[in-house]
Every structure is written in structure tokens, then in C-alpha cells.
Design a protein around this ligand. Structure first.
Ligand code: BJW
Ligand code: ZN
Length: 260
């Protein structure tokens, strides 16, 4: 039986084997080469090849843990110890992980494009570790803590943090400096993101399932403002049809091919 006849042979596996058509990669390479202003929007998929679990999908984090229990302000108010246990566990898991070829290709793209902006939903800090500089972290950063009393935000890489960490300034309870469901994103970060999306000529959307707003609508927003929108993902997303280019495969394999 040929591989294409095998019902168990998924689209994602096929994409990994042969990758997207050479012409599609070349088309996107040309778009990026000619653009003055490029934005990349990344999600958990770009860090998957570093060993970071994604949220949704077969091995997704939300399959093992009920997000509603752990990534909401209500959960933290109800049981901060449990929520900190979850975040301490994730910090321990993330600490030894390194950025991958996908992150590094975006560093190189930032060097090549006159105006490059990286918008990430990821909280793992791997874009910074790779060397990207113009980064907007939409959902915060797991290596920062924020005081629930005085609001002070500090970087803290202690492993593990105490079960209920407290603020060095006022003694208040600390929380992870991340954005939970139902919370507003930082308005300044959001404004800067839309400024980039409004004026970019090309937008790369990499490794996000397109389920969480407002990031999920950013591709359509940029397209409505004239950008060529390209998606790189193992599989199609709810927005794929609306975009100009879809490259199915691993970010760490495809992104380096887009760099001169
Ligand atoms: C690969 C790959 C490889 C794998 N290569 N690809 C409008 C309508 C309906 C609801 C709302 C709305 N506006 C706002 C809401 C409410 C809510 C929301 O969106 N809910 C939806 C579930 C419907 N949004 C919010 O609450 C946001 N706040 C807000 O908008 O405030 C105003 C407001 C509030 C309430 C109502 C209305 C307005 C805040 C969202 C915060 C999200 N926070 C989290 C947790 C962060 C902290 C933590 O990590 O603990 O952020 S949730 C989680 O999802 C995390 C991620 O950043 C985010 C997105 O996930 P992502 O990156 O897409 O990951 P996956 O796993 O879903 O996808 C991975 C993809 O990679 C897959 O497609 C794979 O195929 C692919 N992949 N390997 C390429 N190697
Ligand atoms: Zn404080």
C-alpha cells in the first residue's frame, strides 16, 4: 500500500516527510526579501521542537490539566498554592530547554529586514534566549513575578519558588506575570502590536492554533490592512483559508529555508 493510501498517514506526518512545495517557500522568501516591514506572530508550536509542550493537541498541556482550574484569576484567588505548584513545575521543566532552529531563524530575519517586530504569545522566554530583540510578549513571561498588592514586577529565576512567594517590597502575595483567561492584555503592548500589524507588508504566523483571542484575529487584522499573511503550522487552523500562504510542517525546518 502506498503511503498516500494509508488512512493512518496524517497530513502532518506527510508535511514533515516532504515539507511544503519548494515554490511556496520560494514565494514567501521573495515576499520577505522585498518587504521593509515584517511582523512575526508566534505560538507554542515554535517552542515545541525545544521540548516545550503545546497547550492543545494530542500531548497538549490542557489535556493533562484543566486550564480553568489553573490559568484564571479565579483559580488563583481560590487556591494560589495549587496554581503556584503548576507554575513551579513548568518553570522546572522549561529551565534546561534551549531555543531551536526556528527561534534562531527569526533572529536572522530581524537582522535582514529593515523593520522587524516579533509578537509572541509564548511565556517561555526562548525568543529572548535566542537573541531576538524587538519582542512583544502578549501573554507575559513565566520568569517574572508580579505583586498582587503593590504591582511590582520583577524577574525571578529561583527554582523552585516558595509554595506561596511574597513580595520583597511590601510582603504581598506574588503571582506569575502572565495573562490568564479573562484578563486584559497589557494595553501598551497591545497598542504596539497593532501599530506593527497595521503597517507591515508581511505577517508570518507560526505555531499557533488560532483559538485564543485577541491573537487569533491578528492575522485577519493585518490582511485587512494590506499585509501578505503566511502561516507555518503542522496542520491547518480555523484561519488558514483566509491567509495568502500556508506552509505545513515544522517551524524549525521551514523557517531556516526562508532566510537568505
Ligand atoms: C507546530 C509545531 C511545530 C506544534 N511547528 N507548528 C472573543 C471571542 C471569544 C472569547 C474571547 C474573545 N476575546 C477574548 C476572549 C476570551 C479569551 C479567549 O480567547 N477565549 C477563547 C478560548 C475563546 N481571551 C482572553 O481571555 C484574553 N483576554 C482578553 O482578551 O481580555 C479581554 C476580554 C476578556 C474576556 C472576554 C472578552 C474580552 C487573554 C488570553 C490569555 C491566554 N493565556 C494563555 C495562558 C498563559 C499563561 C500560561 O501559559 O500558563 O496563553 S492560554 C494559552 O493559549 C497560552 C497561549 O499563549 C495561548 C495560545 O496557545 P497557542 O500558542 O496557540 O498554542 P496551542 O497549543 O493552542 O497551538 C499550538 C500550535 O502549534 C498548533 O496549531 C500545532 O499544530 C502547532 N505546532 N508543533 C509548527 N513544530
Ligand atoms: Zn508588593
Amino acid at each position: 500500500m502506498g503511503q498516500t493510501d494509508n488512512p493512518l498517514h496524517s497530513e502532518a506526518q506527510e508535511a514533515d516527510r516532504i515539507g511544503p512545495p519548494r515554490e511556496e517557500i520560494e514565494r514567501l522568501r521573495q515576499v520577505l526579501h522585498q518587504a521593509q516591514r515584517v511582523v512575526a506572530l508566534t505560538g507554542a508550536g515554535i517552542s515545541a521542537e525545544s521540548g516545550v509542550p503545546t497547550f492543545r493537541g494530542a500531548d497538549g498541556l490542557w489535556r493533562q490539566y484543566r486550564a480553568i482550574d489553573l490559568a484564571t484569576p479565579q483559580a488563583f484567588a481560590r487556591d494560589p498554592r495549587l496554581v503556584w505548584e503548576f507554575y513551579n513545575w513548568r518553570r522546572e521543566m522549561l529551565a534546561p530547554l534551549k531555543s531551536n532552529a526556528g527561534h534562531l531563524a527569526l533572529v536572522e530575519l530581524e537582522r535582514q529586514v529593515p523593520e522587524f517586530l516579533l509578537i509572541t504569545q509564548n511565556i517561555d522566554g526562548l525568543h529572548h534566549a535566542a537573541g531576538s530583540t524587538n519582542i512583544l510578549e502578549l501573554h507575559g513571561n513565566i520568569w517574572r513575578v508580579r505583586c498582587t498588592e503593590c504591582g511590582e514586577v520583577t524577574e525571578d529565576r529561583t527554582l523552585p519558588l516558595p509554595a506561596l512567594p511574597t513580595c520583597g517590597t511590601c510582603g504581598g502575595l506574588l503571582r506569575p506575570d502572565v495573562v490568564w483567561f479573562g484578563e486584559m492584555l497589557d494595553t501598551l503592548i497591545l497598542a504596539k502590536a497593532y501599530e506593527g500589524l497595521n503597517s507591515c507588508q508581511a505577517l508570518l504566523i507560526i505555531g499557533t492554533s488560532g483559538n485564543v483571542e485577541p491573537a487569533a484575529s491578528m492575522g485577519l487584522h493585518a490582511k485587512n490592512h494590506g499585509a501578505v499573511v503566511a502561516e507555518i503550522n503542522l496542520e491547518p487552523t480555523p484561519q488558514t483559508e483566509a491567509y495568502d500562504i500556508s506552509l505545513l510542517g515544522k517551524a524549525g525546518v521551514i523557517l531556516p529555508q526562508l532566510i537568505d
